[in-house]
Structure formats: C-alpha cells, structure tokens
Write a protein that binds this ligand. Structure first.
Ligand SMILES: *[C@@H]1O[C@H](CO)[C@@H](O)[C@H](O)[C@H]1NC(C)=O
Ligand SMILES: *[C@@H]1O[C@H](CO)[C@@H](O)[C@H](O)[C@H]1NC(C)=O
Length: 301
C-alpha cells in the first residue's frame, strides 16, 4: 500500500513536470556542482544556479525538492533558474539521497537547530553561499514542494534567523512528523499525511520554539499553498501550518480573497497580508503547480 502511494506521488510529480514542459521551454540551465560547503552530517549534495550577470549583494533562494526527486530534477520542472537570469539571484538546489530521497522532517537531530540532521546541512549550504556570492543575508528565501515544503517549515523553525521568507507547496507544519520512524511514504507514520496531527496555534508555536530554544527574534514571513483535493499530505495540513505560523508571526486570520491569483484559488490573508498568507486551491490534488512569479513577489524580488 505505502510503496504504491509513493509510486503514485512520483508519477503525479512526473506529470507536473510534463505539464511545465508544455510551457515555452527554456534551454536547460547548467548547474554547478559544489563539493564542499562545510559541515554535511547527512551526506547531502548541492548544485547551484548562478546567472551570468549577478548583481552586487544578490538574493538567494533555497529550492527544496519533493520525495523521490533530486535538486537537478526540481530545477528542471520549475522556472526559478530562468527567473534568476532576469532578476539576478542565486538558486541552491540541494539533494538528499537518504530515505527514498525524502527530507528528514522526523528525527530529533533534524528538528533541532545544530542537531546534526538535514536541517543543519542545509543551513551550512546557505551560510556558505552567502559568503561565496557576497549575498545579502537579509534576502535569503525558501521554497519547496511536498517533502520540500515540509522541510521549508522545518528550516524556518530551526533557522528562523537565516531566512526572510518562505513560499512553499503541499507541505505540513514543522514537527508534524516528529518522532515518526521516517519521512518518506514508505517509512513515515501516516498520521501527519492523513491530517490527523491537530494542535492549537500555541501548541504548534511551542513545537517550533523547542527546535531553537531561547530564540526570541523574528520568524520568516510565510506563504503556503495547498490543494483542497490533496489526499496524500491531506488538506487539513494547510490549516495546521497556518495555525503554527500565525502564532509564531503574531498575526490573526483577516479575510479570504477568492479567485486569486487564478480562478479556484482562495488567498487566505492573515493580519495585513505581509507576514502570512495561505493559498487554498480548489480541485487541486497533491501537486500544486509552482507559481514562481507569485513566489518572487512574496519574496520582494
Ligand atoms: C532535464 O530535462 C532535460 C530535457 O527534458 C533532460 O534531458 C534531463 O535529463 C533532465 N534532467 C534531470 C536531472 O532531470
Ligand atoms: C475562508 O475563511 C473562513 C473563515 O471565515 C474559513 O473558515 C474558510 O475555510 C476560508 N475559505 C477557504 C476557501 O479557504
């Protein structure tokens, strides 16, 4: 049962790739392999897209792949590299080869700042890239889909000081899979994906605070997209993420805006809409197509 679910996700994501292949095809962008960026406790890999013309103090986007994928595959099915050419920012495409290529969003080491898990390796990549490209440390951003969005939630909770904003797709709150034996469809406890891990905003905030105890600075602005027909990382996980980030960012639900940015999508605005936004996509399943331009707008790029 679980391996079948896993296969179907890979299949669905493959289809998403095909869908984006129908868009005017930019030639495939050359990624640079980076062999060493500092501590790498979980043997991650890193490829980087650097546009030919890089402005001074560029921004950085950490783009985190789905389960079963790789950084280069994720680069292939999204427009972030093409947009980097026109907007002038660096894109980091990390890869995990562990746990069926799914990011560790379950173990204590990954759910703890400097805990020696995937989150630690990703944080070191970002710090290396800021030095290497003399980037603006105040303009480092996160995106990802599915496993990559679960990991975006974890990165924003464990390293809130590294990131200015996140915009991710089809994920779940930081700590949703805490204590699960694994993070992939084949290894994970199903409660989180089934939408059965339900907490109050204060409880979710406490989960995140425990990942970086003593931190009292600001958290990244957060935007998260979810399909209402998602039966894999099911729809209640949108509300749980919004609860977590509303408590961490100190904003309350304000109002919905229907048919934004397109028909069938509802924009769920918190506070004045500058810190927290959800997008609820009617009739969309597990794979919400990347809305790269909207991501960049959220990042202020
Ligand atoms: C990216 O797409 C190109 C062209 O469709 C393909 O040849 C290449 O194998 C793909 N690379 C990856 C890593 O998926
Ligand atoms: C819009 O707002 C209400 C709260 O008034 C919320 O319960 C509802 O789920 C939201 N609608 C959509 C489509 O997300």
């Amino acid at each position: 049962m679980l391996p079948n679910l896993f296969a179907s996700v890979v299949l669905v994501l493959g289809t998403a790739g095909l869908a984006s292949a129908q868009a005017p095809q930019a030639p495939q962008k050359a990624l640079k392999s980076i062999c060493s960026w500092g501590p790498n406790p979980t043997n991650l890999e890193l490829k980087v897209y650097v546009p030919a013309k890089l402005p001074p103090r560029p921004a950085i986007i950490l783009a985190i792949h789905y389960c079963g994928g790789t950084g280069p595959e994720y680069a292939n099915v999204t427009e972030y590299s093409a947009l980097a050419d026109t907007k002038g920012f660096v894109v980091l495409y990390p890869t995990t080869n562990n746990d069926n290529h799914c990011w560790d969003v379950a173990s204590t080491r990954s759910l703890t700042r400097n805990g020696g898990g995937d989150s630690t390796g990703l944080a070191h990549m970002v710090r290396w890239a800021i030095r290497k490209y003399r980037a603006d440390p105040a303009r480092v951003f996160l995106t990802g889909i599915s496993s990559g969005c679960l990991m975006s939630n974890v990165m924003a909770a464990t390293y809130p000081d590294l990131f200015a904003a996140a915009s991710c797709y089809s994920g779940a709150a930081a700590g949703c899979l805490a204590g699960s034996p694994g993070s992939s469809p084949a290894t994970a406890d199903r409660a989180c994906g089934a939408g059965k891990v339900v907490k109050t905003p204060a409880e979710w905030a406490a989960v995140a605070h425990a990942m970086y105890p003593g931190y009292d600075g600001p958290y990244p602005r957060f935007q998260t997209w979810h399909g209402e027909a998602d039966d894999f990382v099911s729809y209640p996980n949108l509300a749980e993420q919004l609860k977590q980030w509303s408590a961490l960012l100190g904003v309350e639900f304000s109002h919905n805006v229907t048919d934004t940015p397109q028909e069938g999508y509802t924009k769920m605005v918190y506070g004045d809409g500058t810190k927290l936004v959800g997008y609820s996509a009617r009739g969309v399943g597990h794979v919400v197509p990347a809305h790269e331009t909207a991501d960049l707008e959220w990042f202020g790029l």
